[in-house]
Ligand binder design. Structure first.
Ligand SMILES: Cc1cc2nc3c(=O)[nH]c(=O)nc-3n(C[C@H](O)[C@H](O)[C@H](O)COP(=O)(O)O)c2cc1C
Length: 293
């Protein structure tokens, strides 16, 4: 394991707290050693935790030459990105979750390296990025991540974060439940999982919709996707814009935060796909996976 990847085992909670979406960068390249460490991480993690083959590429500008980023458009959302992390997931039942999980690990590693990042699911030019990773017909590339040296004051000046309400998160009682969706979980009921759950809550999500829900029952933590109506799968806007199912990527990010925080605290359960007999609140709620001893 690289020393960078080892950092995820001991400092993930601090890194999750430090991360935010950075949309304005300094006009400087990413340090060579940081590029090498990120690329190494990708090579040594070829599958997601739910079994899908995922591959990644870091496309970065060289010293004074931003030519290498030509064709990688972000519709004006991102200024001066020094590079992009591009991921491609193979076919599979939970491929977008696997991609979200692994790419978020890379986001946290970039955070450890002192870099700023921003997930992009809607505002990136698909064709340019697909060419860079040689996207195959059977692969999905739902989102990419801009990366670079954060410009001073970018967070305070960012109108996108203000309009998306990016500093707001739903309260615990809307996200976490005990035994059934009818019983919101209180802090005391979270047992030794208060911190991993809080790390789910702090995760980035497309348009800050926060679609993750977790139900605890008999020692098992069940993860559900609460789809936002009119957003994602099947919705007209998504069909017209040919956007991927970004809320499944959000779920992958949440699984990553939860597992890293749990491992850091010495908790040793693992992921299984075994849907419990828990009544779902509506048709927009879908079971994903459980964290089980
Ligand atoms: C899958 C995904 C897709 C996203 N797509 C975009 C995007 O296209 N453009 C953008 O400016 N931000 C995008 N974001 C960033 C979210 O708006 C941001 O994570 C959310 O508002 C919370 O803010 P924070 O990341 O600063 O905590 C995306 C985030 C995720 C997880």
């Amino acid at each position: 394991m690289t020393s960078l990847a080892a950092a995820l085992e001991t400092t993930a909670i601090a890194l999750i707290r430090r991360r935010y979406s950075c949309r304005v960068y300094e006009n400087t390249p990413i340090d060579h050693s940081a590029q090498a460490q990120l690329s190494d991480f990708f090579t040594s993690h070829p599958t997601g935790p739910l079994g899908t083959r995922v591959r990644f590429s870091l496309v970065a500008a060289t010293d004074d030459d931003r030519e290498s980023l030509k064709g990688l458009g972000t519709y004006g959302m991102i200024k001066n990105a020094a590079g992009f992390l591009i991921g491609a997931a193979d076919v599979g039942a939970r491929n977008l979750e696997d991609l979200g999980y692994r790419l978020e690990q890379a986001v946290l590693l970039a955070t450890e390296l002192g870099l700023g990042t921003c997930w992009l699911g809607g505002t990136f030019s698909k064709s340019g990025f697909a060419r860079r990773i040689d996207l195959a017909a059977h692969e999905a590339m739902p989102a990419v991540v801009a990366v670079g040296n954060a410009a001073e004051g970018n967070r305070a000046r960012d109108w996108v974060r203000r309009s998306a309400g990016s500093d707001q998160r739903l309260p615990w009682e809307r996200l976490f439940f005990d035994e059934s969706f009818a019983n919101p979980m209180t802090g005391e009921q979270s047992r030794n999982y208060a911190e991993p759950l809080e790390m789910v809550r702090l995760g980035p999500s497309a348009s800050n919709k926060q679609p993750w829900r977790v139900v605890h029952r008999q020692g098992v933590w069940h993860f559900y996707l609460q789809r936002t109506k009119g957003y994602g799968k099947g919705s007209l806007a998504f069909k017209l814009l040919r956007l991927a199912d970004l809320q499944r990527v959000d779920m992958g990010i949440a699984l990553c935060h939860f597992e890293l925080a749990a491992r850091e605290l010495g908790l040793t359960e693992h992921w299984v796909v075994e849907e419990p007999d828990i009544r779902k609140p509506d048709q927009c709620t879908e079971y994903t996976v459980s964290w089980k001893p």
